[in-house]
Design a protein around this ligand. Structure first.
Ligand code: NAP
Length: 294
């Protein structure tokens, strides 16, 4: 049985694509609601009708996928783990950084893995989950206890038909995504623009170079491969152009009045600057301004 903690867009994507009958959502404490019914629109083909039960007391999952937002993850796991066997691998799907380390530090004996995914899923209306973009999910261990689980969990997740790859350097891959997200997402939210439209705007043009300077120093301090600020800017802008019409998750959260994941993107970088004594005022400013949008 694969348990999924977080019955949102990402959780429903995996629940709809993994073999039927092998998946259950993890309820909040004291909550034993009716099974979850929804329509699932795959990238190709007709919508499917999906029903996913909730994990019942006494059921022991052999895999736990965590698809909550980064800010909810620690609390959600604190409730869910007492009824999860200690040997069950935990796979964290959160964007950004910070929440993964919190989990690995809080439960060092448990096998903790992280996934970095370029799959896209959203819920444009209640009861409908759309697989909006096909991607790849990279999977790697965050602690020694997780190491032996990477290959078998990758194989288990690949039964969904989604592309899943073991990743020896999952932290490095999460960092690569963090850099892109830090350079695009706050601007899309603050400027209320699709990804491509930020590039010509004065606010973006004012801050992107100092932001990339900060990120370049922070990459070095964190032991990640060095990247010059100009290269970081080129990389960020190439992605913004390639995804020009897309609405970032941060802008979507802002428009829907939901809390964003800024604390785990630019906020994480600002905290890292504090820890390494590296000035990160642009990351701090972007974090504060995005938080003011809520
Ligand atoms: P989402 O649609 O908001 O789903 C999160 C789900 O977690 C919600 O259903 C929420 O329930 C549930 N939840 C929150 N606290 C919980 C708790 N204590 N116990 C049980 N469930 C709880 O978010 P998402 O888009 O799936 O994203 C999840 C994570 O995946 C994020 O970190 C995101 O950055 C990452 N990600 C998403 C995508 C994507 O395409 N969607 C792509 C890459 C990465 P309520 O709604 O009832 O609060």
């Amino acid at each position: 049985m694969i348990a999924i903690l977080g019955a949102g867009s990402m959780g429903r994507l995996w629940a709809a694509t993994l073999p039927a009958g092998q998946v259950a959502f993890v309820p909040r404490p004291g909550q034993h609601p009716e099974p979850v019914h929804y329509r699932f629109q795959p990238i190709e083909g007709e919508p499917l009708s999906v029903t996913v039960p909730w994990l019942q007391p006494g059921q022991s999952p052999d895999l736990l996928l965590v698809t909550t937002k980064a800010g909810d993850t620690l609390e959600a796991l604190t409730s869910a783990l007492p009824s999860t066997p200690p040997s069950t691998p935990i796979v964290l799907f959160q964007n950004g950084l910070g929440s993964q380390q919190q989990v690995a530090e809080t439960w060092p004996e448990r096998p903790v893995l992280a996934a970095s995914t370029t799959e896209g899923a959203n819920r444009p209306q209640p009861g409908l989950t759309v697989h909006a973009g096909r991607g790849t999910t990279w999977l790697g261990a965050l602690n020694p206890a997780g190491q032996a689980h990477v290959e078998p969990v990758a194989q288990q997740l690949a039964t969904s038909g989604l592309a899943v790859q073991p990743e020896p350097d999952i932290l490095g891959r999460l960092w690569q995504k963090l850099v892109i997200n830090a350079g695009i997402n706050p601007f899309t939210a603050l400027l209320d623009s699709p990804n491509g439209e930020i590039l010509g705007q004065p606010f973006y043009l004012k801050w992107i170079d100092p932001l990339c300077q900060e990120i370049s120093q922070l990459l070095d301090a964190a032991g990640q491969p060095s990247a010059a600020p100009e290269i970081l800017r080129e990389t960020i802008e190439a992605v913004a152009r390639k995804t020009a019409a897309n609405t970032s998750s941060m802008r979507a959260d802002m428009l829907a009045g939901r809390e964003t994941e800024i604390d785990f993107i630019n906020g994480y970088l600002a905290r890292l600057g504090h820890r390494y004594n590296i000035a990160a005022p642009v990351n701090q400013m972007l974090t504060e301004r995005v938080k003011q949008l809520n």
